[in-house]
Design a protein around this ligand. Structure first.
Ligand SMILES: NC(=O)c1ccc[n+]([C@@H]2O[C@H](COP(=O)([O-])OP(=O)(O)OC[C@H]3O[C@@H](n4cnc5c(N)ncnc54)[C@H](O)[C@@H]3O)[C@@H](O)[C@H]2O)c1
Length: 405
């Protein structure tokens, strides 16, 4: 019997994280790499009977005119992350994935993201909103049909949009449907339109970015109506991961955090988009809310994100935590995190796809997957902001799933 295959449909398919995931998937499939960085390869999850790496097929939507092959070469040369021999070994798979990438949409993405757009997507500038939604939905459905996929998980890995308009936050599902039907004026951004297309096509949806995606009341309702699984927002890969591990320590030892300053510098395309203050504000909010939630009070905080071109995909985060101990004595902890953004993020995206497929296969087909909270900076409907507790929820979910089977 042929094993059922699963689709990964990536919004922002030729970006850094997406390209790294595509290279990684091909390398894993061919047994060319180890599994470090992959949570789903932790021995605890063996009992889940997750899909093998060779059972996944990649496709997606993009707005730039490039390819997986070109993007991977650029990454290799600019950031030194993939060995040329590895690139050669994965090239055939990347070329096959390239065939599955279609032009996306520029609706409500803001000027900075629009400036990245190539000719292929600009062709659709005159399309109506309904036509766009139908086209995006059909692209995903055709991908599923063409590759005979049992299920497709749509993952948003596109550039961070400006914050969503206030009017979108209060839309009911009925109002959303009305605005989409009447449509020159719907306030929802591209990330949400892609999520609607995913739900219309019956796919699960994961939002690795700070953009709105499914994190709107109307979309939470739509997911229930369409019976689809979803989770978001904003992958927790570096500095914020450290915060969600360290802040509980300060809280549990009753060490009063007076201030927490985090400076981040990096030079990839994501950094370039976040150099726009409007797009950046979305990310800063996502990185900043956590401390108050964990500590129970708000220390003075500063989060800076600066685009330094020479760094490429390498990110340095320097954090200074000023805290007070016994007899009101002031002390400090500093750490420096130096990581490759896409190498940290890509395996987490692959993990979440595997866990999502398992939840779907289990027969649990709708709602927010709160057991994926440990993967996100701003997890939707999370019951705890602490990393360790969130990770325990993932293990508890795995226990439940394996007991059922
Ligand atoms: N460690 C990490 O890298 C990390 C951690 C958390 C969150 N994220 C988020 O993940 C996303 C991807 O990060 P990246 O480093 O790969 O960024 P990137 O800039 O390299 O890739 C983004 C891709 O999205 C494409 N794109 C932009 N708007 C689009 C649209 N409307 N439709 C389709 N494609 C579109 C761009 O052309 C680009 O190829 C960003 O939003 C980033 O903030 C990344």
């Amino acid at each position: 019997m042929t094993q059922q295959r699963i689709g990964i449909w990536i919004i922002g398919a030729w970006g850094g994280v997406a390209t790294t995931a595509a290279v990684g998937l091909s390398a894993l499939k061919q047994g060319l790499t180890g599994t470090s960085g992959l949570v789903s390869e932790n021995p605890y999850f063996e009992k889940l009977n997750l899909k093998n790496w060779d059972q996944f097929v990649v496709g997606g939507h993009e707005i730039r005119d490039t390819s997986f092959v070109e993007a991977a070469r650029y990454f290799s040369e600019n950031s030194g992350v993939f060995h040329p021999a590895l690139l050669q070994a994965v090239e055939e798979d990347l070329k096959a994935y390239d065939q599955n990438v279609k032009p996306g949409t520029l609706i409500h993405v803001g000027d900075t993201i629009r400036s990245l757009a190539g000719d292929a997507v600009r062709k659709f500038d005159t399309e109506s909103l309904q036509e766009t939604l139908t086209r995006l939905t059909n692209d995903i459905s055709e991908f599923q049909k063409q590759h005979d996929l049992a299920h497709v998980v749509v993952v948003n890995l596109a550039s961070t949009e400006p914050p969503v308009e206030e009017s979108a936050k209060s839309l009911s599902l009925a109002e959303l449907k009305e605005s989409l039907a009447s449509a020159v004026t719907s306030p929802v951004p591209a990330s949400t339109l892609y999520a609607i297309a995913a739900m219309n096509a019956g796919c699960s949806h994961l939002n690795f970015t700070p953009s709105a995606g499914t994190d709107l009341p109307a979309l939470i309702e739509l997911a229930e109506e369409k019976q689809v699984l979803h989770a978001g927002r904003d992958g927790k890969t570096g500095e914020t991961l450290m915060k969600s591990v360290l802040a509980p320590m300060f809280a549990h030892r009753n060490l009063n955090v007076m201030s927490w300053v985090g400076h981040n510098i990096f030079g990839n395309l994501d950094g370039k988009v976040l150099d726009d203050p409007v797009n950046k504000s979305n990310k800063v909010v996502s990185k900043d809310h956590l401390l108050t939630e964990i500590l129970g009070y708000k220390p003075q905080t500063l989060v800076s994100i600066e685009y330094i071109e020479s760094m490429g995909d390498w990110k340095t985060a320097w954090d200074h935590i000023h805290f007070k101990g016994f007899l009101d004595t002031k002390m400090a902890l500093q750490f420096t995190w130096q990581g490759t953004d896409s190498i940290l993020a890509a395996p987490l995206m692959l993990d979440m796809v595997r866990f999502t497929e398992r939840e779907w296969r289990r027969g649990n087909k709708s709602g927010i997957m709160t057991h994926l909270s440990s993967f996100y900076k701003s997890p939707m409907q999370a019951t705890t902001p602490e990393f360790e507790r969130q990770y325990q929820q993932l293990e508890q979910w795995a226990d439940t799933v394996s007991e059922e089977s």
